[in-house]
Design a protein around this ligand. Structure first.
Ligand code: PLP
Length: 400
């Protein structure tokens, strides 16, 4: 009989020669389960998505309730749908007053596309500045502002008039000039292996954008919704962008993205041409209902506030000869090992130790830890013990 693994390899488009190939039949809270009851502690959250854990009861209830009312009704932007309104209202109430207008889309990449288009349309300019080792998604526009050639070289030509400058390189900020439509930046670079901005870097970019009339776009697709110990990195750094890009945890486990700006800037999509961005499923009512429930849980259970203390447990308990450094804040951590080969071994063999780990796209000597924010201290202690035994195993294996 043909197995599900074989069917996966036969009929699903593959993106790597060496997929994890774990079969998961159920997920609940911080755990995923295999077909014969194997239990895995999820230390990745589907890459910073499941901030309130898998299948949070309030998220499931909101999804059920919305499916009783309606599913898709119409392309985005025509009908008044209560899940969209309620969710947009809650989100903007948590952001600086200038960010009061939400455009819901389907994913992080689409939100980046929307944000770049909006900046070009509003300013009437074309040049886009982005940073080394930035990751903003995998569509053509998002690839055009990817700060590494590794995953984009084969897909050229990409957008013209884009310019890469060094992350944390103050001397390069002169590239922001009178022809610049926008600067797009992750306030904390995620796929680069969790790199914080140097002190004053975001402020200096903000100032330069103000001076030159360029818009500043923050991509908080990965850092949003409490992951780094503040609801958004904006709160942590006190720098306010003109456009904020959100996705991943925005949908509470359902696909949802958004770009958020002021009503004045957003209105550039209304005319010449009208329908400046069109999306059929953007802001799907079931996804908005799920996201609203998930964000309400984050706020009411004060998950953001607990993030730093939980992070400290990881940093205190994770001690091993192979660990050279643990970077990051909150529950977005990069564990740097002595050598990339150990990283590959650890990620591949983590499930045998009952945990799920993951790579960074642009940092091969570290693995990622980004569990649901609902993880308890006991579960963190278990995770750390499992990681240490995994690293012992990696050392033994290397000696053979
Ligand atoms: C910072 C950042 N921006 C954008 C994206 C793209 O999001 P999506 O995969 O939903 O298109 C990602 C995805 O990993 C991301 O980490």
């Amino acid at each position: 009989m043909i197995t599900d693994r074989q069917l996966f390899l036969l009929h699903l488009g593959q993106t790597s020669k060496d997929p994890l190939l774990l079969e998961i039949t159920r997920a609940e809270g911080v755990y995923m389960y295999g077909p014969t009851g194997q239990k895995y502690l999820d230390l990745i959250s589907g890459v910073s998505v499941s901030n309130t854990g898998h299948r949070h009861p309030r998220v499931i209830a909101a999804i059920r309730e919305q499916t009783e009312a309606y599913l898709h009704l119409m392309v985005y932007g025509e009908l008044v749908q209560s899940p969209q309104i309620k969710y947009a209202r809650l989100i903007v109430s948590l952001l600086p007053v200038s960010l009061d207008n939400c455009y819901f889309v389907n994913s992080g990449s689409e939100a980046v596309e929307g944000a770049l288009k909006l900046a070009k349309k509003y300013t009437g300019r074309k040049k886009i500045i982005y940073f080394s080792n930035a990751y903003h998604g995998s569509t053509h526009g998002a690839l055009s502002v990817q700060g590494s050639d590794k995953y984009r070289e084969s897909f050229k030509p990409l957008l013209p008039e884009t310019q890469q400058i060094g992350f944390n390189d103050f001397s390069a900020l002169g590239a922001i000039d009178d022809s610049t439509a926008c600067v797009i930046i992750e306030p904390v670079q995620s796929e680069a292996g969790i790199i914080n901005p140097a002190e004053g870097f975001l402020e200096e970019i903000r100032q330069r954008c103000n001076d030159k009339g360029a818009l500043l776009i923050f991509d908080e697709v990965q850092t949003g919704f409490g992951r780094t110990g503040s609801l958004f990195a904006i709160d942590r750094f006190g720098v306010i962008p003109d456009i904020l890009v959100l996705a991943k945890a925005l949908g509470g486990g359902m696909p949802l993205g958004a770009f958020i700006s002021s009503r004045e800037i957003m209105s550039a999509l209304i005319e010449e041409p009208q329908l400046g961005h069109i999306t059929t499923f953007g802001g799907h009512p079931v996804c908005c209902a799920a996201g609203l429930a998930s964000l309400s849980v984050i706020l009411e259970e004060k998950l953001t506030e607990q993030c730093e203390a939980k992070s400290a447990v990881f940093k205190r308990e994770l001690r091993h000869k192979l660990i050279k450094e643990i970077r990051g804040e909150g529950l977005l951590l990069a564990v740097r090992l002595a050598d990339p080969e150990y990283v590959r071994y650890a990620i591949k063999n983590a499930p045998r130790h009952g945990i799920i780990l993951d790579y960074f796209l642009f940092c091969d000597d570290a693995f990622r830890i980004a569990p649901p924010l609902t993880i308890s201290n006991d579960e963190i202690n278990t995770a750390c013990r499992q990681i240490i035994s995994l690293l012992d195993d990696a050392m033994k294996n290397r000696k053979k």
